[in-house]
Design a protein around this ligand. Sequence first.
Ligand SMILES: [Cu+2]
Length: 648
Amino acid sequence: MTRPSRFAALIVALGITLPLHAQAVRHPLDGLTAREHWQLYEILQASGRLDSTFRLLYAGLKEPPKSEVLAWTLGRPIRREALVHLTQGKSGFEAAIDLTARRVTDWKQVPARQYMGSRAESNAAGALALKDPRVRAAITRRGITDFTHVSCGPANNGYFDLPEERDRRVLHVTCSDDRGRVAGYSESIDGLVAVVDLTRDTVLRVLDLPGGARTGPVGDHDPEGVGTTRAPLNAVEMVQPRGPTYTLDGQTVTWQNWSFHFRMDQRLGLVLSQVRYKDGDRQRSVLYQASLSELFVPYMDPSDPWNYQGYFDLGTYPSIFGGIASSLEVGVECPRYATYFHSIVVTDKGRPRERQRTSCLFERNGGDVAWRHTRDGGTITEARARTDLVLRMHMNAGNYDYLFDWVFGQDGALTVNLGATGMDQVKPATGTDADTRYGRRIADKLIGINHSHFFSFRLDLDVDGPSNSLVVEKLERQTLPADNPRRSIWVANTLTAQTERDGQRHSPMTAPELWRITNTGVKNPYGDPVAYEIEGHGAMSLLAPDDYMQQRAGFTNHTLWVTPYAADERFAAGDYPTNSVAGDGLPKWTAANRAIANRDIVAWLTLGFHHVPRPEDWPVMPTAWHSFAIRPVGFFAKNPAIDLPKLP
Ligand SMILES: [Cu+2]
């Protein structure tokens, strides 16, 4: 190993930033470069399909076929294609573009009400509501006479397949008053909803609920308004004076025995591909690909507009958020010595816009132990310090902020830590018992509404190759014969999932299960098939099966799903979850109950949690962590971290 120069060390100590999009394409799964964004724009324009009303909502890499990527080696030609979502007039479209052949290869209309959201649409819906005399009268009745700072916008993308909604873009719009505010969300004008049909540019109805009186200022979210801050700590800082131990080749990272490729997608965020582990002389495949697939947040208040609030954040908001990844603050959200990566998002007329520092990569030694043992009566301790490699992204999803850490361990485990912070959605208190039926008092005159968060992670595990199976180990009680002093033990009963229905799993506390993705064609030294286990904070919906909102987020029916690999099955709630019909995505694909044993399979993990807000969640929530991991099970012959060196 060569020691980095003093100059290199200095650069690293201060943190470096790399614009992913300015680099030449080096790998078939690299994200679109800025130049490629302009290419797709030119190709779309030349196709004659655009009129002056077009608005691009998403542009990203259309991945080459998996077989092609697996067969690709450095120096061979790279197929480059793009996928674009756009609106034009009152319709949404999805286009596939071959950047090399310079032509549009696919152009299809998105179901009329299901295209992604855009700021322009939100503004249009808000403007329609705000000029409606019924809305203005209702606002005036609440004592607001200065409309200068009143604004309206869609609160949700709920859809119940009601006659007024079918084939129409119908949004429930609420209004707020920004007057006197410094930061954060404006005061909601409670009990007032305009149901807007953007297909016909009309306000269908105005709901002005009794008791929906203005209840006064709701407090601010300006951190400066918090008052005095406590004395700062003496500095505690991680440093890595000799620079990182990982190497970067384009967007491919090599660290310890791990290697992987990553890119930033405007809709999915971080997409990790070709995750491998070097085991002696062998480069062993663990994952072909892993990423978030969808995020769903349903609220639990029966009154309009709350009953419409069920957010599919990835499917609806990539354009409104300007890409789901937000900029990271150096030294606060990642260590100063991290490598920071810029990425780009498409703006509505096709121009690529750089978002700075949307991901970061760093090694972390948090003072933790990889393994230790004390023997000989405590006189001899063998211990090794643990270092992780962290790839991080923060997502700003309106009021919420989510942190995603992909953590590579020296023990062969890959852990995803998911932090939820940001702000609760609130409504003004009424002072009646109803306040705490659907939420909790979390600040003066404020109710935080109950809700759930569900994340679907798409995990295309290829454990020592694509041909894998799901093996379920059910931990079950075994009663023992009378001649044994014990009455019972538990045993792991093994089931190999044959079809998708076998692959739909839950793991309640009372009937725990372990889920292993195994390769029966590759045995470890002890004669057992190699495997990686998926374990984590699974959660399931508490909603009724005939609740339409639940049916639109059918991926929350199960903690684990396993499907045969299909290139066009990427989004757990369907390609177009905005105002979608029931059952799209995983429930639809798995209805055929396809075979999943000994073939290329994809695991879908639903991570989730239910949230009853508390005063400590206001004005900004402390970060709450949930996680899952994939861990080797018989993949290695022994603890792969046993060779960690002693610190000098
Ligand atoms: Cu929450």
